[in-house]
Design a protein around this ligand. Structure first.
Ligand SMILES: Cc1ncc(COP(=O)(O)O)c(C=O)c1O
Length: 389
């Protein structure tokens, strides 16, 4: 007889999955034979560069790579990550103590809370934001304080508005620029303020830089290149979006040695590192000619310009994102995020993500992605125009 198993509190307390209704509608509309244009997914449609794939094939044949990897990452991978940080940001890191490999940055983001969040600690998270900051905190008994990202503040959290009592109890502050879902790039002055705030209250900064290389203006800074950044921060990098490698599961965390060691300690106990052949391929990616990433940026820039200009003609004017492959679109007055997403899907066959799925402060927006070719983006715009929003 099947037994009844009560799920752990942490699972029971998970927030409701806000995209369930959209997923159901998507299936329903697709079943009607509608050719959906999916601007919901944040997963590159372009393939991993051939030289990276070639390196994987070669490395996969080497029996030395068939064994358990080094927990913290191959020395050569950590050296390549450190060299990448130096070439991009002029930041010099010790590959032994200030770099750790990750099975994708999501893994590291979730595990940072295991290393540093105790029950009743407060973690400051952006709202709207990538859900893992909240979930990681909750899984470890902590409480999140949501910092609204509002247009009038340039989608930056207002650190001065955080009550002193909350700041006093806070252990960790999550930042993410270039930002998912708003597409914002934070100025250097904001990072300087955040570092001062962290120093004043003894708070760790986790900076999620998963979109570090996707920008359309000035290069966004690493928090580690800012004065004092290395004293308080750990930064998460990912090969997923930079090299079209979401399925490969590889990234790295860099920064303050104590924070890197804490994260590494968790990892030695819960996973056994990244397949070494994938690490070798990741080295090839990190050592790519600059043109590889420059071409990627040019592709997204063209798509961004087509989509943003098209949306304006469809009654959905919005700011062009300064970074990432997301377009954060205000919902026309009088409608909700969910209602607009539903109309786009059921009446136009265009999948968009309702902004409130990223937190309450995301209400009033929908998120569209640039992970489709220009022709599909034009098609989406044509169909949305017909809705006369
Ligand atoms: C803001 C942000 N951080 C981190 C990640 C995780 O990326 P990965 O685990 O593939 O490195 C994502 C993925 O979509 C993201 O949007």
């Amino acid at each position: 007889m099947p037994i009844t198993v009560k799920k752990a509190e942490r699972i029971q307390k998970l927030p409701p999955y806000l995209f369930a209704e959209i997923d159901r509608l998507k299936r329903e509309v697709a079943a009607r034979g509608v050719d959906l244009v999916n601007l919901g997914i944040g997963d590159p449609d372009m393939p991993t560069p051939p030289h990276v794939i070639a390196r994987l094939c070669e490395a996969a044949r080497n029996p030395a790579n068939h064994r358990y990897p080094d927990y913290e990452g191959l020395p050569a991978f950590r050296r390549a990550a450190a060299a990448w940080m130096r070439s991009r940001y002029g930041v010099t890191l010790d590959p032994e103590t200030e770099v750790v490999s990750l099975i994708g940055s999501k893994e590291g983001i979730a595990n940072l809370a295991v290393a540093f969040v105790d029950p009743d600690d407060v973690v400051l998270v952006p709202d709207p934001g990538y859900p893992v900051y909240h979930i990681g905190t909750q899984f470890n008994g902590g409480t999140t304080y949501r910092m609204p990202l509002r247009r009038e503040n340039g989608f930056l959290p207002d650190l001065g508005a955080i009550p002193t009592e909350v700041a006093r109890r806070a252990k960790l502050l999550w930042l993410n620029y270039p930002n998912n879902p708003t597409g914002t790039v934070a100025p250097r002055s904001f990072f300087a303020d955040a570092i001062r705030f962290a120093e004043r209250h003894g708070i760790v900064i986790g900076h999620d830089a998963a979109y570090a290389e996707l920008y359309y203006g000035e290069r966004p800074p690493s928090i580690l290149e800012m004065p004092g950044g290395r004293d308080v921060a750990i930064e998460f990098h990912s090969l997923s979006k930079t090299f079209n490698m979401t399925g490969w599961r590889v990234g790295f965390a860099v920064g303050n040695a104590e924070l890197v060691a804490g994260l590494g300690k968790v990892k030695t106990n819960v996973d056994s590192g990244v397949f070494q052949a994938v690490q070798e391929a990741a080295i090839a990616a990190l050592e790519s000619e600059p043109s590889v990433v420059a071409n990627l940026r040019a592709t997204y820039r063209e798509r961004r310009d087509v989509l943003v200009a098209g949306l304006a003609t469809a009654g959905l004017p919005c700011e062009p994102p300064a970074g990432t492959f997301y377009v954060w679109v205000p919902v026309p007055r009088g409608q909700s995020s969910a209602a607009l997403a539903k109309r786009c899907l059921t009446e136009a066959g265009v999948v968009v993500t309702p902004g409130n799925g990223f937190g309450d402060a995301g209400e009033g927006y929908v998120r569209l992605t640039l992970c489709s070719p220009v022709a599909r983006l034009r098609e989406a715009v044509e169909r949305l125009r017909a809705l006369r929003l």
